[in-house]
Every structure is written in structure tokens, then in C-alpha cells.
Design a protein around this ligand. Structure first.
Ligand code: LHQ
Length: 256
């Protein structure tokens, strides 16, 4: 239900149930978690792209799996299905680019929000669909939304569940940038390839710092930055960066 391709230091993960708008099944949970665990372990991969096949990015939970199983424990579905994937994305020590190719709904939006940089096609849209079926935003949406767009807008998106265009999503800071539909994958790959040649350790530590910083007081964050900088300062890539600066040449970072 997903495809993983590898090229030039970049892994491309494609949600692949196009006839179901890439709605998420238990099988897809398993495959996604597996894919990001493998990406985490593979030193040759230094960036990832997450996208969807066909006209949708991801329609969220496959609601057929819900109706087929009236005893389904939703808490458990989140704890064992979605949450580990969201944590795998945010804790991945490599940058992840979301290439939102079409509509994203429910937990499909959450998947995109858990990526580090978010590009969207001009045909993409974002729907906090949960409220339309009497559910709470999940898979991190209640955490990400107010942090990304502020509480005022987050409340509006979640309570009304209106479809937001890619352009509006970029304007409110839900995503980084909108690109013409046909340029989406080329741009996402160019961006990921660029990231794959950057100092991977520093990027990993930066991700960690930002996520921690969202939940701690400044004094604690200053101490954490000092801790992380001590680690970054010992990397080969840091030494190479400084050397290249004085030699007035482009640095060659190896991700260690
Ligand atoms: C679908 C789906 C879908 C199955 C379109 N499932 N078939 C959930 C449950 C429990 C606990 C844990 O957490 C979660 C997390 C969640 O993600 S809850 C939110 C689940 N997602 C939704 O409620 C979104 C439902 N879908 C939609 O609102 C629309 O389909 C969107 C906005 C995604 C796209 O709209 P359109 O472009 O107008 O397409 P469509 O509605 O015509 O859909 C096309 C087909 O895909 C259609 O089937 P059909 O046989 O008529 O062609 C839909 O039934 C099917 N489909 N989403 N999530």
C-alpha cells in the first residue's frame, strides 16, 4: 500500500492506494512505520519525501475499515497505528519533505504536518475532516495546528472542517510553499536532494531542538542548545564547513 524508491541519498515514500484516495489501512500503518524505520537506519539515505499516488495525498483513516469493524478501539488504533508513525517522522534524524499532491483529509493532514518542510501542488487542499464524522483531530493535529497557524485559525479549521486551498494553507503558515502541479515532484526532489547534501547531524539536532523548544521555558532551551551545539561541534561536517569557509570553496558534507 506504499512504495519506497531510493535515489541520490533521498528516499521517496509514496502512499499508494490511489483508487481509495490513499486512505489509511492497518497494512499501510505497518508499511509506513517499517519504511521510516529503515530510512532511519540507512546511512545512505539523508533525506526523505512523502507523497501520494493519484489525485489525493491521503484521505485519512479508511472509513470502510471502521464500518467493517464496529468494535474497533479508536484509542488503540491511534496508539499502535498513527502515533508511532508521527513520532517516527518527527524524531527521524533526517529531514522529511511532504509533497502534498492533492487533497489531504483527517489524519492525512496530520501526516503532512509531521514532515519538516511542506510543499503542495496548486491542486492540493487540506480538510480537518474529523468534525464531520464526530471525531477529534488526531495524529498530532491538535498539537501541530495551533503551533503552526495560531489558536484562532486552528480553532476555525478544526471546528468548521472547511476545505482550505493550498494557496490559503501557505498564506496561514500551514505549509511552506505552493507549486504548479506538474512541478511538485521535481521541486520536492530538488529540495530533498539539496537537503541530502547538507550537514545531516546538524539538521537532526535542529529538528530535535525545535520540537523540544515548543514545550520548555527559554532557560531550559538555552541549556539544551548548549548541549546540542557541543555535539554538533564535534562532527566532521562542522569541521569541513569551517575549513571550506576559509578555503573559499563549497563544503562537501558527508552527514557525520
Ligand atoms: C474514502 C475515504 C476514506 C474510505 C474518500 N475512507 N473511502 C479515524 C478513525 C478512528 C480513529 C482514529 O483516527 C481516525 C483518523 C482520521 O483520519 S478520521 C478522518 C477520516 N477521513 C475522512 O473523514 C475524510 C473522508 N473523505 C472526504 O471527506 C472526501 O472524500 C475528501 C475531502 C478526502 C475528497 O473529496 P472528493 O475529492 O470530493 O472525493 P470523494 O468524496 O468523491 O471520494 C472519492 C472516493 O473515495 C469515494 O468513493 P466512491 O466509491 O464514491 O468513488 C469516497 O467514498 C472514497 N473515500 N475518503 N477516508
Amino acid at each position: 500500500t506504499i512504495r519506497v524508491e531510493q535515489r541520490e541519498g533521498v528516499a521517496v515514500v509514496t502512499l499508494s492506494r490511489p483508487d481509495k484516495l490513499n486512505a489509511v489501512t492497518p497494512q499501510m500503518h505497518k508499511e509506513l512505520l517499517d519504511a521510516f524505520k529503515r530510512i532511519a537506519r540507512d546511512d545512505a539515505v539523508r533525506a526523505a519525501v512523502l507523497t501520494g499516488e493519484g489525485r489525493a495525498f491521503c484521505a485519512g483513516q479508511d472509513l470502510e475499515t471502521v464500518t467493517q469493524n464496529p468494535d474497533l478501539d479508536y484509542g488503540e488504533l491511534l496508539r499502535s497505528g498513527y502515533n508511532p508513525i508521527i513520532e517516527a517522522l518527527t524524531s527521524l534524524e533526517k529531514p522529511v519533505v511532504a509533497a502534498v499532491n492533492g487533497v489531504a483529509a483527517g489524519a492525512g493532514v496530520s501526516l503532512a504536518l509531521a514532515c519538516d518542510l511542506k510543499l503542495a501542488s496548486d491542486k492540493a487542499s487540506f480538510v480537518q475532516a474529523f468534525v464531520h464524522i464526530g471525531l477529534v483531530p488526531d495524529s498530532g493535529s491538535t498539537w501541530f495546528l495551533p503551533r503552526l497557524v495560531g489558536l484562532t485559525k486552528a480553532m476555525e479549521l478544526a471546528l468548521l472542517g472547511d476545505k482550505v486551498s493550498a494557496e490559503e494553507a501557505a498564506r496561514i503558515g500551514l505549509i511552506n510553499r505552493v507549486v504548479p502541479h506538474d512541478a511538485l515532484m521535481p521541486e520536492a526532489l530538488t529540495l530533498a536532494e539539496r537537503l541530502a547534501q547538507m550537514p545531516t547531524r546538524a539538521i537532526a539536532l535542529t529538528k530535535r531542538a525545535f520540537y523540544k523548544g515548543l514545550t520548555v521555558p527559554l532557560s531550559e532551551q538555552l541549556a539544551y542548545e548548549a548541549h546540542l551545539q557541543a555535539i554538533a561541534g564535534k562532527t566532521e561536517d562542522h569541521r569541513e564547513g569551517v575549513r571550506a569557509f576559509f578555503e573559499k570553496r563549497k563544503p562537501v558534507f558527508r552527514g557525520r
